[in-house]
Each structure stands twice: as C-alpha cells, then as structure tokens.
Design a protein around this ligand. Sequence first.
Ligand code: CA
Length: 235
Amino acid sequence: MPVKSKVLVVEDEKSISNFIIAILTANNYDVVTARTGQEAYSLITSCCPDIVILDLGLPDMDGIDVLKAVRKWSFLPVIVVSARANERDKVEALDLGADDYITKPFGTEELLARIRTALRHTRTSGANRDVAQSGKFTAGELTIDYEKYRVFVAGVDVGLTQNEFKIVSLLGKYAGKVLTYDFIICEIWGPNTNGDNQILRVNMANIRRKIEKNPAEPKYIFTEVGVGYRMIEGD
Ligand code: CA
C-alpha cells in the first residue's frame, strides 16, 4: 500500500479548515491542522508534513512570515491560500518560494490538482519527471517535443518562433504550476530585462493564435490575472 502523504492545513476559519480536511481525508491524505502561525511553525518542525496548505491571514501573524521562516531551511512544498483580488500577495508569496497559490473560494478538484502538482514537482526537484524522461509533454492534442524543439497540435507542427518555443517549453516543464511574469521573463530574456510584461504578452498572444482553437478561451495555457501563466496538467 502506498504511503499516505501528510498535509498540514494552516487555517483559522473553521468552516474552510473543515472543508479542506474533509476533501483530503476522503482522498487518502493524512491531515494535521494548525490555527495560528505559531502552531504551524511548531508542527512543521515536529511532525514533518509532506506539504503545507497555508492561509495568509492568520490571527497571530501574516502567513507570509511563516513561509519566509520555513524557506530559510526547507524546500517543503507550500501552497498559499489567499483571498480573491489580492494579486500582489500571490506574486510576493511565489517570489518568496511558495510552490503555488489557491484563491478562496476554491473547489475540490482545484485543491487536489494543486496538491498533486506540488508534490510531484518537489519529488523531481522542480521540473516534471515524465517530461525529463520521455523528452515530451502531452496534454490533449498538444505535444511539446523537447528534442526536436517543436510543438505539435493534433500532429501538426504549429511553427513557433524560438522565443515562443522557449516560453511554451518552460510552462510545460512546470505544467500545473503557475509561473510568474517575472520568472518567465527572467528565464527567457535574462535578468536585466526591464520589468515590462508587454513583450511576454505579445509572445503569448502569438502562441495562443498558433496552439489554441479559440485564443480567447484557452485550453492549454491559462492566464492567472496579475500573476502569470499556467500550463494545464499533462496527461
Ligand atoms: Ca484566515
């Protein structure tokens, strides 16, 4: 029998905490809970969770401070839970080393997908192991061929430019995970690019025109408004 993953849920709102516990228990996770940042911090050190679901608004401190403290000594995956419309918090959390974020209110499938993705990426030190082994990423009709440097939709080469390919392949390596605009820009154009998202937006518009049936309603690469982009999880 596979070992259950242990999830630490840090949340002071009882109804949300109960909701998360019910979902996780039903899906074969072990759950421990904390209501404050202090409790979270001592449980992280004493009971060694595999992953932490961390609310940012805690009674005794900002969840961001818990994240900062953990990141001083550990790569333990952390998914931050934040209120809607607080994009700056999400970007800050990701830049400080959160693996992902989820926005309240969220659904069962979204929570489970985020947890699966975060656990998978840590076990393979960042990038997706299946991609590394096969040299390919596949989701529906989309295939990224890392050896040929090409992207196919339904078997047809969509003809991406070099930078377009770099963006798509980066998102594919971290499929299921949101990548911030700054992270993508730094990876593609280098650290000295001015913090302007315009060039990335133009590239993304071209990518979508080439890979999506309806670029206004993308199926493969999603926009996380004010934060970045996320590739759909692979098959
Ligand atoms: Ca809260």
